[in-house]
Write a protein that binds this ligand. Structure first.
Ligand code: GRF
Length: 217
């Protein structure tokens, strides 16, 4: 079943662009109904508008706390008929207000191999720690920071002469590949969540209904 996406992005929006491109070429059975940013200057807003999506700014400073901010975000997502929320470089921790409004349907990308290196300033930490491989992770979002069940990961080498920027661009290429892929699995209803594990089911004939990820303990 085709997904109606709401993409939350704070910055450049290259991941958003990979999703828009995958929708346009049919690799992803979805449309981006709205791009929402907490940052009025986010280039992601322009990318969304250029692709024909709505674009809205919900500034954090306009709300007394994170929950009130998320209430405004949820209102905008609902107004645009969103069924799946995509965090694509969204620099805010979402609260249960948003998670409860879209249970099992909030997905994030993180530029490291979780559970290693959660949080921000990831690439510098990866290099400083001396690990030989890094990568990226698409995961369902829960109330923790970068802790939800993992859908797909991709691995890249860390080179001796890497800077945070060179490593970021190598990781980003993989982000652009696996994020639309993970969303397509969701669109196909192929994701089964068993505790912390997300199991990929074989493809089945389209049933015309919106599939929530199945869950077992
Ligand atoms: C990506 O590396 C993403 O994993 C991280 O922030 C970056 C956003 O990049 N959360 P972009 O805005 O999608 O270009």
């Amino acid at each position: 079943m085709s997904l109606t996406l709401g993409v939350l992005a704070s910055g450049s929006g290259s991941n958003l662009q990979s999703i828009l491109d995958a929708c346009a070429t049919g690799r992803l059975d979805a449309r981006v109904a709205v791009v929402i940013s907490d940052n009025v200057d986010a280039f992601a807003l322009q990318r969304g508008r250029s692709a024909g999506s709505a674009a809205e700014v919900v500034e954090f400073t306009a709300s007394p706390n994170r929950e009130a901010h998320d209430e405004r975000v949820v209102e905008a997502l609902r107004r645009h008929g969103v069924d799946t929320v995509v965090l694509a470089g969204y620099m805010k921790l979402v609260t249960p207000v948003l998670l409860d409004a879209f249970p099992g349907r909030v997905v994030n990308i993180h530029p490291a191999l979780l559970p290693a290196f959660p949080g921000v300033h990831v690439h510098g930490d990866v290099i400083a720690h001396g690990v030989k491989f890094s990568g990226c992770t698409v995961h369902f979002v829960d109330a923790g920071m970068d802790t939800g069940p993992i859908i797909i990961q991709a691995v890249v080498p860390v080179r001796d002469d890497d800077t945070p920027d060179t490593l970021a661009s190598r990781v980003l290429r993989e982000e652009h590949r696996i994020f639309p892929q993970a969303l397509q699995y969701l669109a196909e209803g192929r994701l089964h969540v068993a505790g912390r594990r997300v199991l990929l089911q074989p493809p089945s004939p389209a049933s015309g209904t919106l599939h929530n990820p199945t869950v077992s303990s």
